[in-house]
Design a protein around this ligand. Structure first.
Ligand code: PEP
Ligand code: MG
Length: 574
């Protein structure tokens, strides 16, 4: 039977291929019966997994890297060891294997459900929150039993595979960078969630917020994914298939034509120069940035160095990553954002369970709460600054005090390098991300302390409109054209320009060709975006004249009705 599912397109293009369902080890544990004769060997398999995790936890405790908050991590690892050694986890599942004649994974899952249920009923909030620790330990044991990481593409996916998942974290998606497949779609997620942002960096059509896709679609069914329009067609008939193959060819042709613009200077019709920079998550993304003619890295999301690992990256490992990007970019600017951890980018063994993570200890707040962690990142960034043109960018600022503290810690990191006789760029510029309404409204005073600012519109929209960017149930309310958002963005650009400080937009708005002229009209001359969008944005800039934009930009800013803004924007883009 053929049917269509609608979601939110996060990465354009059309993919045609076969569904490959993927799922999370913790959520989807296989259940099968075992014969009586296998009980002993199944129990031994379980014991071996427990022993493996025991060793892993000891290893992790022995190798807490310099720069990590060692006391906290050690306490957490000790807690995990205690949970592991408790007979409710290390012994009870073996009894279940025997009594139920089931596989070890299933016995462990049943026992975990029981424990989680007991903890959920506890009144003490500290103890209740240990639920997350139990799940993490169980997940480790499950991984040891399965002999594979949590989310796994079971086999190397085929080139035409379309991965279908219920939900994925940014950490899961980054693993997929190692594979080639046609597309990927999920039930949950919003267009600017970090999962979607990493999905975009895979450079394949993808759609999120499909709600039911994972349960409706069966393994190996033929799918068409239209990433531009956020549509998935399941089991299309032959006429639809032909139509989409045609569209796919057209899309590819357009991409090929755009490639010709790679070396063209980005200048408007009336001669205004515009900088188009790239956002990257990993050092290897530099290649795609260069392929698309980026004239700088406007945002290196360094927190991705932390994901999918049981330990923390050492100063030396970070230094190597930052140095590599600086060297590869051959002296053109590389903007290194300090860790934006927390919210949807939690680190294994480091997460605290926050009641509302997006409003909790995230980004600069976490770094100031963990100054040693921050110190070693700052040292690594400064060391790398000797090898190229590096700028430091501080995420999620909301008060002057945070800027002062961050600058103080940068000063301390410089002093420690001086003491060690290690060279760095003494004039390294320090900028701030404006992504909280408080920062937008305080931008004039912030600017006195900062060398440049970068507008993180993904979070600015989230925090201005009070809409969780990763929650698909409010995805329809996430609106970059909301008058309040436009007023804040234009205010920041105007203030920075008046103060003579460079200002960029590095949120997803910068890569949306529908908004290019509007941002130019606001006075923006620096855009940073996923490299896949760069040439399309360049094409719009090349066809735009700044002088023609001012009238309609002012009318958009004076409008307070979405429909009217949409109409004016359409006129602007004609
Ligand atoms: C933003 O918030 O717009 C931004 C660029 O940062 P991130 O998407 O990583 O939160
Ligand atoms: Mg942000």
């Amino acid at each position: 039977m053929s049917f269509t599912v609608h979601g939110v397109g996060v990465s354009g293009g059309i993919a045609i291929g076969r569904a490959q369902l993927i799922s999370h080890a913790q959520l989807e544990v296989a259940h099968y019966d075992i014969p009586k004769s296998r009980v002993k060997s199944e129990q031994a398999r379980f014991d071996a997994a427990i022993a493996k995790v025991r060793n892993e936890l000891v290893e992790l405790t022995d190798h807490i890297p310099a720069g990590a908050p060692s006391a906290e991590i050690e306490a957490l690892l000790n807690l995990h060891r205690m949970i592991l050694e408790d007979s409710t986890l290390s012994e009870a599942p073996k009894q279940l294997i025997e009594s139920m004649k089931c596989n070890a994974e299933w016995a462990l899952k049943l026992q975990m459900d029981e424990l989680v249920d007991q903890f959920a009923r506890i009144e003490d909030s500290y103890l209740r929150e240990r639920n997350a620790d139990i799940k993490q330990v169980v997940e480790r044991v499950l991984k040891a039993l399965l002999g594979s990481p949590g989310y796994s593409v079971r086999h190397t996916p085929e080139e035409n595979a379309i991965l279908v998942a219920h939900d994925l974290s940014p950490a899961d998606v980054i693993v997929f960078k190692q594979h080639h497949f046609a597309s990927f779609i999920t039930d949950l997620g919003g267009a600017t969630s970090h999962t979607a942002i990493v999905a975009r960096s895979l450079n394949i059509p993808s759609v999120v917020a499909l709600h039911q896709a994972r349960s409706l679609i069966r393994e190996n069914e033929t799918l068409i994914v239209d990433g531009t329009n956020g549509v998935v067609i399941v089991n299309p008939d032959s006429s639809i298939l032909t139509e989409y193959k045609l569209r796919q060819d057209q899309w590819r042709l357009e991409r090929k034509k755009l490639k010709r613009l790679k070396r063209t200077k980005t200048t408007t019709l009336d001669g205004m120069d515009v900088e188009l920079h790239a956002n990257i998550e990993l050092p290897e993304d530099v290649a795609v940035a260069q392929e698309n003619g980026a004239t700088g890295i406007g945002l290196f999301r360094t927190e991705f160095l932390f994901l999918n690992r049981g330990d923390l990256p050492s100063e030396d490992e970070q230094f190597e990553a930052y140095r590599r990007v600086a060297v590869d970019m051959k002296g053109i600017p590389v903007t290194i954002r300090t860790f934006d951890l927390g919210a949807d980018k939690q680190v294994e063994n480091f997460g605290r369970v926050a009641p509302n993570p997006a409003l909790g200890l995230r980004a600069i707040r976490l770094c100031l709460a963990e100054p040693r962690l921050f110190h070693f990142q700052l040292r690594a960034v400064l060391r790398a600054s000797h090898y190229g043109k590096i700028r430091i960018l501080i995420p999620m600022l909301s008060s002057m005090h945070e800027i002062e503290q961050a600058q103080h810690l940068i000063g301390e990191a410089k002093e420690s390098l001086d003491t060690d006789g290690i060279p760095y760029d003494e004039n390294v510029e320090v900028g701030g991300m404006i992504e909280v309404p408080a920062a937008a409204l305080s931008v004039n005073s912030f600017m006195r302390k900062l060398d440049f600012v970068s507008i993180g519109t993904n979070d600015l929209i989230q925090y201005t409109l009070a809409i969780d960017r990763s929650d698909d149930s409010v995805a329809h309310l996430y609106d970059p054209l909301h008058p309040a958002v436009l007023e804040l963005v234009s205010h920041i650009i105007r203030s920075a320009t008046r103060a003579g400080k460079p200002v960029a937009v590095c949120g997803e708005m910068a890569g949306d060709t529908r908004l290019t002229r509007l941002l130019l009209g606001f006075g923006l001359r620096q855009f940073s975006m996923h490299p896949a969008h760069l040439l399309a944005v360049k094409q719009v800039v090349l066809k735009s004249g700044i002088a023609d934009l001012s009238n309609v930009t002012q009318r958009i800013l004076r409008s307070h009705v979405s429909d009217r803004i949409e109409n004016l924007l359409q006129r602007m883009n004609e």
